[in-house]
Design a protein around this ligand. Structure first.
Ligand code: SF4
Ligand code: SF4
Length: 86
């Protein structure tokens, strides 16, 4: 998801323009993950996700794109390699 609002300034003395440029770069490199049908609904990814972005869906577990931080932790936690880059 691309937010219209900038996150809080992180570096002391950072100008608004520098901050905007950094943020745009991060958005451009943000990797979105999705869960495919190989999912056996073990729940390991949901337990490992630091953002609480994964929950049980109708067919298998699903990632809430609005909550995902793109950290990749769930990919390593999955025993069936069902989580892939979108
Ligand atoms: S990439 Fe990180 S934040 Fe996103 S769903 Fe996976 S573990 Fe959660
Ligand atoms: S860790 Fe993999 S198999 Fe287990 S619920 Fe998550 S996506 Fe499905």
């Amino acid at each position: 998801m691309v937010s219209s609002q900038l996150p809080p300034f992180s570096a002391p003395g950072e100008t608004r323009q520098q901050h905007s440029e950094d943020y745009i770069t991060k958005e451009d490199t943000f990797i979105m993950y999705t869960i495919e049908s190989d999912c056996i609904s073990c729940g390991s990814c949901a337990d490992a996700c630091p953002a609480g972005a994964i929950s049980e869906g109708e067919q298998h577990y699903e990632i809430d794109a609005d909550k995902c931080l793109s950290c990749g932790t769930c990919v390593d936690a999955c025993p069936t390699s069902a989580i892939v880059e979108k």
